[in-house]
Design a protein around this ligand. Sequence first.
Ligand SMILES: C[S@@+](CC[C@H](N)C(=O)[O-])C[C@H]1O[C@@H](n2cnc3c(N)ncnc32)[C@H](O)[C@@H]1O
Length: 281
Amino acid sequence: MRIENSLIWATKELKDSCSRPRFEAELLLAYYLKKDRVYLHTHSRDKIEDFRKFKSLIKRRAEFEPYEYIVNRVSFYDIELYIDMGVLIPRPETEILIDLVTDIIKREKITSIAEIGVGSGAISILLARKFPNLKVIATDISNKAIEVASINIERFNLQDRVEVIKSNLLDEVSRDIELVVSNPPYIANGFKLEENIIRYEPKEALFGGVIGDELLKEIVLDIKRRDIRYLACEMGYDQKESMEQFFKQNEIKSYNFYQDLARFDRGFIIDFGVKFDKKDI
Ligand SMILES: C[S@@+](CC[C@H](N)C(=O)[O-])C[C@H]1O[C@@H](n2cnc3c(N)ncnc32)[C@H](O)[C@@H]1O
């Protein structure tokens, strides 16, 4: 089949699963041919070799599989990461968390941080690239996330400064840490999500408990207990009230909530304060 006809066919196939079917049809054909989208327009009368293979990509997308899993890559911030089924596709709103943590690392000259729930490695890699002296230890409970994060860390040649370990929260981390960053699962079990998410993205990356904020609260208490000064977390748009109440109950006084670009509550930063050794007082 010719390129122009393939695109007409693919656009129709994608009309129920994508908001921009023609655009995604072009993206997938450009990916399949290893060309850019302009090529499709300048070679619209060329025939596609082995049309069946292209058809199978379109069928996957028509079944709501995310584009990123089909092409095994995702754009995040200013980089492109490898991604695969079983690992959460990093979302643009998480870039705000990175910017806020960047400000703290700069201001406090922090050199050692941890990430809980590394996923694809997006947050840890971005921060390590911004700060050449920063050491990061990142945890996850998912073997697949550890595998994908390790691939990305190697691609960016960060093995010396970003370590990934299998651990529930920070249970297996013993080194001194100045700040913890996390985008943990925070959706309530059973919350109705879009087809492309619920059918394909890993449940352990999405659901945080019956109410949704259980893991967030566990993280807050864990960091408080460990005497780590800063905690920066992403959260759900409807969790500000319950988290604020929780902070008050636990005598956490210095915190700020932040919003995403759509003005939804999206996360918080806690400053647990400086701890002095008795000999310093
Ligand atoms: C929402 S995803 C975030 C992934 C990545 N940091 C990002 O922002 O794209 C949450 C991640 O936390 C991991 N996770 C869930 N429960 C965990 C736990 N108790 N300890 C460590 N990691 C956990 C999941 O496997 C998943 O990779």
